[in-house]
Design a protein around this ligand. Structure first.
Ligand SMILES: NC(=O)c1ccc[n+]([C@@H]2O[C@H](COP(=O)([O-])OP(=O)(O)OC[C@H]3O[C@@H](n4cnc5c(N)ncnc54)[C@H](OP(=O)(O)O)[C@@H]3O)[C@@H](O)[C@H]2O)c1
Length: 247
């Protein structure tokens, strides 16, 4: 079956792998990202590698809220409808810098949460009305518990996961699938050179798994799977102990 697909944050390393694994030759696709030059190169590559019926590109900056409704409606118009929307924008940001910089705080929250909540709200109304479709977001295990080293990023991901939970609850009766992917460490530029990373998975494996879940359906997915159990333990450490840990 041919799908009409909107990919938000299409320049992300993981989203490039999602695109390669998700897009079929009959699909019509809109790629959106803030770096339009890099996006054009990615679009050209995907046209060759997937043979998709149509691939368009548009600028998407998560902080430029005034453009979000128009972006989703333009994609719907160009593709002749909308079936799948996947969002992979996000900035890890510098937690130490954010202590002194309100602009850094805003960037982290907009890119991981607000700018996706706005676009998904527009897309949700479209999919709800047509009674089918799929919304999927790349969230993080960092949202499962706030830690001193990344609580701004973590809180934005946590907000995103709660937003998706509510949307899933709203859209289930309409037959719209709402998928939250909670990623552990994936070997991309986002975490390159960062200390404290472990059990790193490849973006290729992440992209293939995310595309499979979008095709087959899911609610909340941990990737790699063992992060579900790691986070179960971390969530259950009593607060009086957790607040003394250096995490
Ligand atoms: N890598 C990991 O270990 C890991 C773990 C958990 C969750 N995740 C999540 O997975 C998703 C993809 O991350 P990745 O690892 O593929 O990292 P990445 O390659 O750095 O991708 C991040 C993407 O977010 C975009 N972005 C950042 N700020 C934006 C803004 N203001 N407006 C529009 N786009 C913006 C970036 O655009 P530019 O190319 O223009 O910078 C880039 O396309 C993110 O949501 C991330 O939080 C990753």
């Amino acid at each position: 079956m041919a799908n009409r697909i909107l990919l938000l944050g299409a320049t992300s390393t993981i989203m490039r792998q999602v695109a390669l694994n998700l897009i079929g030759k009959d699909d019509k696709v809109c790629l959106a990202a803030r770096n339009t030059e890099e996006l054009a190169v990615i679009a050209a590559d995907l046209r060759i590698r997937t043979g998709a019926a149509l691939i368009t590109t548009h600028k998407f900056d998560t902080s430029d809220f005034a453009t979000h409704q128009e972006l989703v409606e333009t994609a719907q118009h160009e593709l002749g409808g909308l079936d799948i929307v996947v969002a992979g924008t996000g900035a890890l940001g510098d937690q130490l810098k954010a202590r002194q910089s309100l602009a850094t705080i805003k960037d982290i929250i907009d890119s991981n949460y607000v700018g996706i909540a706005t676009t998904f709200s527009v897309a949700a109304n479209i999919l709800e009305q047509q009674g089918s479709g799929c919304l999927c977001v790349l969230s993080s295990v960092a949202g499962d518990r706030g830690r001193q080293s990344n609580y701004l990023y973590g809180s934005a991901k946590s907000g995103m996961s709660a937003f998706m939970q509510g949307l899933r609850n709203r859209l289930a009766p309409a037959g719209v699938r709402v998928i939250t992917i909670k990623l552990g460490f994936i070997d991309t530029k986002m975490v390159a050179g960062k200390s404290g990373t472990f059990l790193m998975a490849s973006p290729e494996a992440a992209g293939a798994h995310i595309a499979k879940r979008v095709r087959e359906g899911a609610d909340v997915v941990y990737f790699p799977f063992f992060w579900r159990y790691i986070m179960l333990i971390i969530r259950n450490i009593p607060e009086f102990i957790f607040k003394r840990m250096k995490l």
